[in-house]
Structures are given as C-alpha cells and as structure tokens.
Design a protein around this ligand. Structure first.
Ligand code: CP
Length: 326
C-alpha cells in the first residue's frame, strides 16, 4: 500500500501508480462502510474545494459536493459562464488565486485541444491539489468508480476477465472520448483483457491506444481492437458500451452527426447481451441516450450495474480528497 498522497494532483489516470490506486480503493471501501453505518468521517473539517465547470454535469458535481460535506468541509460551485473566467481570467490566475482561497481545485473542461492543457496550467500555478473532473482526454474519477464497481461484482482478482469497451450510437450530442480512453489506460493494470470496439471513424487518440497496448504487454493481458459490436460482445464478462464523437476524424458537429448516423444499429440490446457470458454486467457512466445507445430492457435489467457505478463516484472521490487534501 502506497499511502502518502498528500498534496498530489489527479489529472491523468496514470498519475497514481497501481499501488496508489489500490490505496484509494481501500479508503473508498472504508468510507462506503462508514457511510452505510452512519459513522462520521470528517477527515477534511474546515477544508474547502473549488469546483470549476466549463461544461454541464449531474453526477460529478453532486458527488463532489456531497462528498466534501460528508468529509466535514465545503465545496463551492463555480461556473465559467457566470464568472469573470468567461471574460478573461487566465488559467494561471485561476491557479494562483483559487489556490490561495481553497484547499483543492477540481475542474471540468472538455473543450477539444483546450481542456487538458487548461487543467495542467492551473495545476502548475496552484499551491493545492488539482483534480480532473473530466477533460477531452481523460475522465479519471469515473474510471476509479468503474474499477471499484467491477471489483465488487467480479472479485478483486480480475485476471482473464474480458472487458469490452464499445462505441454505441447516440443522437443527443457528440460525447467526449475521455471515458473509453481512461478505461483502456487504467484497466490493463488490474489484469483485465480489454477489447475495444468501434466503427472505423471513431478511433481514439493514437498515443493513448499505443500507451494502452504497451500497458497490456507489461501486465500480460489482452488488448484487441475490432470494428464489429457482436464480435466484441462474445463471451465478455463486462460490457461497457457508450457513445463518443468521431473527434479524431472531424470536430465539425454536422459532419460528426452524419458519420454517427451511419451506425444506428450499434445499440446494446438483449440479443447482444446474450452474446456475452450469462453473468456479464452492463456498465455506462450516464447519462445514456435511452433506447438509442442502450435499450431500457438492458439499462433497467438485472445485468445493469449503472446505479452502483454512479454511487461509487462518491466513495472514490471522497477517498482521493481525504488522501490528498488532509
Ligand atoms: N458520468 C458523469 O461524469 O456524469 P456527469 O456528466 O453528469 O457528471
């Protein structure tokens, strides 16, 4: 167990070593147990977190805010459009100034080619830990919650379990690629065989795919890319199927929608789930385009673990905050 995380940022999935992620999960399970038993755990009494959003959120905002209160502190919701950030406060100024008011700074900025650089610049100028609540490249807290959920459902030893990270059709908007990218980076370290499935135009960043492949080699697990959803689902233990935009092919929303509309049959339904193992679980970070990305039958069915997955956001985020901000 690597227990000294005080003062550390968490921006990319690999910022914490495998042993440090294991520590986070141990603390998360302890905090989950304490909450279930009604045992107070005010490890961050009088501490404050700035939550800076450039993009909308339900789960991330709510779970960070509830988590800080449960740890005895306070989280302040700051929105770029209703502050001077929209008029010109720079990333450097945000790091310097919010770092003097708060004990931690959490940021969501998914703007293509902008978000990750912005978060890193804030971190460079901040004297307190900076957390990535999702950028255009990574969604690291989502993946910690996913890992916690997979271990709860499939056991701590995940060797030889097959995780399918699949693209799915959506009509609402072009969703970021950060969830599948973070999944393929984090999961090989924990022994999962990863199969990435997507239509050709929906590839992920080549440098992220190369890193995932090299991690898979290091940890002696499988890593394959296929362009057929049925083929991917066969004999899977975990189905993680969600939509993302064709951002490596085009960032034009109209062209992106045209490409996306060619693949309306990429939906998770009962027929496809039956291709996976009988005890396979279905995961999605939410929000999902109901009956477009995934049928209600699957989303609300016995194999779906989406609510446990959403709950675990709270526990892993509290664990990271308690370990880094105390
Ligand atoms: N899964 C997730 O990050 O949800 P929100 O976008 O609602 O925060």
């Amino acid at each position: 167990m690597q227990s000294y995380l005080r003062g550390r940022d968490f921006i990319s999935d690999l910022d914490f070593s495998k042993e440090e992620v294991e520590t986070v999960l141990e603390v998360a399970w302890d905090l989950k147990r304490k909450r279930a038993l009604g045992i107070p755990h005010a490890y961050l009494r009088d501490k404050t977190l700035a939550m800076l959003f450039f993009f909308s959120s339900t789960r991330t905002r709510s779970s960070f805010e509830a988590g800080m209160a449960q740890l005895g502190g306070h989280a302040a919701f700051i929105e770029s459009r209703t502050t001077q950030i929209h008029h010109g406060d720079t990333a450097k100024e945000i790091g310097e100034i919010l770092g003097r008011y708060f004990d931690g700074i959490a940021i969501r900025n998914v703007d293509w080619g902008v978000g990750n650089a912005y978060i890193n610049t804030v971190a460079q100028h901040s004297r307190v830990p900076v957390f990535n609540m999702q950028c255009e490249i990574y969604h690291p807290f989502q993946i910690l919650a996913d890992l916690m959920t997979i271990m709860e459902k499939k056991g701590r030893d995940l060797r030889r379990k097959k995780l399918v990270v699949s693209w799915a059709y959506a009509s609402s908007y072009l969703k970021p690629i950060s969830v599948p990218q973070s999944l393929i980076l984090q999961m090989p370290r924990f022994g999962l065989d990863v199969v990435l499935a997507h239509p050709p135009e929906f590839q992920l960043m080549p440098e992220i795919v190369d890193e995932a492949r090299s991690l898979a080699r290091k940890y002696r697990v499988g890593f394959d890319i296929v362009h057929d959803m049925d083929e991917a689902f066969k004999d899977a233990d975990i189905i993680y199927a969600k939509s993302w935009g064709p951002l490596l092919t085009t960032t034009d929303p109209e062209e992106g929608k045209r490409l996306q509309d060619q693949y309306k049959d990429w939906i998770t339904d009962a027929r496809r789930m039956a291709l996976a193992k009988e005890d396979a679980i279905y995961m999605h970070p939410l929000p999902a385009d109901r009956d477009i990305e995934v049928t209600s039958e699957v989303l609300d069915g016995p194999q779906s673990v989406v609510y446990d997955e959403a709950e675990n956001r709270l526990h892993v985020q509290k664990a990271v905050m308690a370990l880094t901000m105390a």
